[in-house]
Design a protein around this ligand. Structure first.
Ligand SMILES: Cc1ncc(COP(=O)(O)O)c(C=O)c1O
Length: 725
């Protein structure tokens, strides 16, 4: 007895094969996605030698002990037949090609000697000669055939080190199986002849095709299990019978003659470009194997099956690969469908190179880890990049914002106006100074603070405005400056998202009293944690520098240096907000890449915009003219009135599709602390409220591959199609 792992063991061929293997005394591990349910192998479950492992070969890596105790692998699993494979060519490629090769590699790694791959005669596509054999050039004309060809090529090339792969290029199967299919030429003709008295012939029926009974195919796989490994290793065989090649029209006439009263309906156009006549002499000659069943016997058997079939074979989706697979592909993973991708795509990933690694190691070995020469160098680089007079690197953007308020002497009794659509840090730091945060509403179209709403919130206590450049799109800073000038208010830009952005040709960081940037890992560039304040005012710059390092006299970081004279002096009760040289090491190499990172983000934005333009259920923030967007976040606004699910449910559903998502942001005025402390009413900021329930952010970062971008688009479209009203 051998233990055989059969992937796709509950399928059309698999269910016949598993039964035969058990009948011959083998033990069977059946791995199957169970698209068609457990029914086809249900009778086998009683057998102690049969083990059913439900799973998708896309996730084969999650089944670590699947190869344990296995003597041979018969790999059948995959998306089968041409139209089903065309449903999602990328998915077909992943399943039929990448996953197949992965399974073969793993089998090899686990020391399994015999690996039989179910390939297909479709690889001949539009046959390049009158009759093709295993040495003929391949000419696949479908996604399915191409995926089989590529998988076969790599799998047979894995031969060696005790691994013996063999590939069987199967003819078109026919016959009855516990997992019945009618989307196969002979099966469908018999069904149509019986129920419609009509056989449809596309393209005149001149195309050639080899045929093989499903039971013969199963026997061939079992036969190969018993052959000496050296005879079959790395070999490819056409699986069928040379005499059972037929033109479709001839096949139709055979069926027509068997089922009395049947007519042929010839349809000139033909979506199927395949035509191949295949020699199966090699398997007869070298392996001494040939099929037993005759096509005529198969037709009789099919007639009997359909005559006694209890379900509506014409319409039962379980009888058609395309209908059932399409159901799983279209159904959200949250409801049991297949996720758009097998692995989880994180919402964001930094892009760090060897330069960053080298610089960090250099710093670690230098003996000086915290604020020091590298932080100072980074500040110089920023000054040049932004075109401002002063720049101070700090521990975070939160620290940067706090330091600006402190430098301005904002205190209890003061009010600071900001946006409610922001990260809590923006308002939290106002609270930490003792002042009161006042939220102005945002513009529904841009997500940025609305200048007209700012004006309405100004009182005699207002001291400053903190506009937030949401998602990398600058606010209307000209208008905000005008208001600030009129009311003698300071402006601190929360530019956490806007490093690299510009407004009317000028870099963000040069347009108001202060701008604060963030280098948190999801930001456009990172120093792990980190932030930066820029200003053109020397007094504020000096204060912020001192405040950021305990409030002790300037250059305190040099106090252990041999050149440092005297003692340190506390001049303010400062904070511990400095950056470290380890962090700065990353920044020194991230900053020169920043503009290219933004360009790459923009390319993704363009693809998303193009893909989503036609969807009425989502919109994107309006792009203002005369601004240079830093493209930090790709936010979509979900029209929940057109959807059957809420935004939160939509986000959860996207995660189930294995797409990471973010929420930037739920309005602060409805969040517990702010609501309870400042008694904000949710209706007081209608636009913020509106957006709060509708926005979500999709992955968008330079490290994404084209596949990542494509799967995000597919997942969004899939969920919209499924959940729209
Ligand atoms: C708008 C905004 N402001 C401030 C911050 C705080 O940045 P940091 O994490 O660097 O303190 C963030 C962080 O995500 C943010 O999104």
């Amino acid at each position: 007895m051998n233990k055989i792992l059969v992937t796709g063991g509950a399928g059309y061929l698999g269910s016949v094969l598993c039964k035969k293997l058990l009948d011959e005394g083998h033990a069977v591990k059946c791995f199957d996605r169970l698209y068609f349910g457990v029914e086809p192998v249900k009778p086998l479950l009683k057998n102690k030698r049969f083990e059913l492992i439900p799973g998708n070969i896309l996730n084969i890596g999650d089944f670590s002990d699947i190869f344990k105790g296995v003597d041979a692998v018969i790999h059948l699993a995959g998306i089968a037949n041409d139209p089903t494979a065309e449903l999602d060519p990328q998915l077909t490629h992943k399943i039929n090609y990448e996953s197949s090769v992965r399974i073969a590699r793993q089998a090899r790694k686990y020391g399994i000697k015999r690996f039989i791959f179910a390939s297909s005669c479709s690889v001949y596509g539009k046959g390049l000669s009158d009759i093709v054999n295993e040495d003929s050039p391949l000419n696949p004309v479908s996604v399915y055939a191409e995926s089989k060809m590529n998988a076969e090529r790599e799998i047979v090339a894995l031969k060696g080190d005790g691994f013996h792969p063999i590939s069987l290029r199967q003819a078109t199967l026919y016959g009855v199986s516990p997992r019945m299919r009618v989307d196969l030429a002979i099966n469908l003709m018999v069904l149509h002849a019986l129920l419609k008295r009509k056989i449809f012939i596309w393209g005149g029926g001149e195309q050639w095709r080899p045929f093989l009974h499903v039971a013969d195919a199963a026997d061939a796989f079992i036969y190969c299990l018993g052959l000496p490994l050296s005879d079959v290793s790395g070999r490819i065989y056409n699986l069928g019978s040379t005499k059972d090649n037929l033109k479709i029209i001839d096949l139709a006439n055979i069926v027509k003659d068997t089922v009395k009263g049947t007519k042929l309906d010839i349809i000139p156009e033909n979506p199927d470009k395949r035509s191949y006549r295949v020699s199966c002499d090699k398997i007869v000659k070298e392996l001494k194997w040939k099929p037993k069943k005759r096509i005529e016997d198969g037709i009789e058997e099919l007639m009997e099956f359909f005559a006694s079939c209890k379900t509506d074979a014409l319409n039962d989706p379980l009888f058609y690969n395309i209908k059932t697979v399409q159901g799983f592909v279209q159904k959200p993973a949250a409801l049991g469908g297949d996720p758009i991708r097998a692995d989880f795509l994180p919402f964001s990933l930094p892009l760090l190179g060897k330069e960053e690694e080298g610089e960090v190691i250099d710093t670690l070995r230098s003996g000086w880890l915290t604020r020091g020469p590298k932080t100072a160098r980074l500040e110089e680089m920023f000054k040049e990049y932004i075109g401002c007079k002063y720049s101070i690197c700090v521990s975070s953007c939160t620290a940067a914002l706090h330091l600006c308020l402190a430098a301005l002497g904002i205190k209890k009794g003061d009010e600071v106006i900001t946006s409610p659509i922001t990260w809590p840090a923006t308002a939290n730091v106002i609270v930490h100074t003792g002042a009161t945060p006042v939220f102005a509403d945002v513009d529904r179209e841009t997500l940025n603070i609305d200048p007209s709403s700012i004006e309405k919130k100004i009182t005699s206590k207002t001291k400053a405005i903190i506009p937030v450049h949401m998602a990398g799109q600058p606010c209307e800073i000209d208008k905000i400056r005008k208001i600030a000038k009129k009311h003698k208010l300071y402006i601190i830009e929360d530019a956490a998202h806007a490093i690299g952005a510009s407004y009317k040709g000028k870099k963000i960081g040069t347009l108001s009293d202060f701008a604060c940037f963030s280098f948190y890992p999801i930001k456009n560039m990172t120093t792990i944690e980190g932030g930066l304040v820029v200003t053109n005012n020397p007094e504020w710059a000096e204060k912020i520098r001192v405040y950021s390092l305990h409030g002790v006299s300037n250059d305190a970081w040099k106090r252990y240096d041999s050149s440092f004279k005297g003692t340190i002096e506390v001049v303010y009760p400062g904070f511990k907000y400095n950056m470290t040289d380890v962090q700065a090491s990353l920044g020194l190499h991230q900053l020169p890449k920043l503009d290219s990172f933004i360009r790459e983000r923009k390319l993704i934005v363009q693809q998303y915009n193009d893909a989503f333009r036609e969807l009425k259920e989502i919109s994107v923030p309006k792009q203002l003219r005369e601004i240079g967007n830093a493209y930090h976040l790709y936010i979509i606004i979900l029209d929940i009135d057109r959807m059957k699910i809420t935004r939160d449910e939509f986000m959860d559903a996207l995660k189930k599709e294995n797409i990471g998502v973010g929420l930037h942001f739920r309005s602060l005025h409805v969040q517990q602390y702010y609501k309870d402390t400042f008694k904000f009413k949710s209706s007081s900021l209608p636009n913020a409220m509106y957006l709060s329930e509708r926005i979500l952010s999709l992955p968008m970062y330079p490290k994404m591959t084209q596949y990542d971008v494509d799967t995000v688009i597919k997942a969004v479209k899939k969920l919209i199609a499924y959940y729209k009203k």
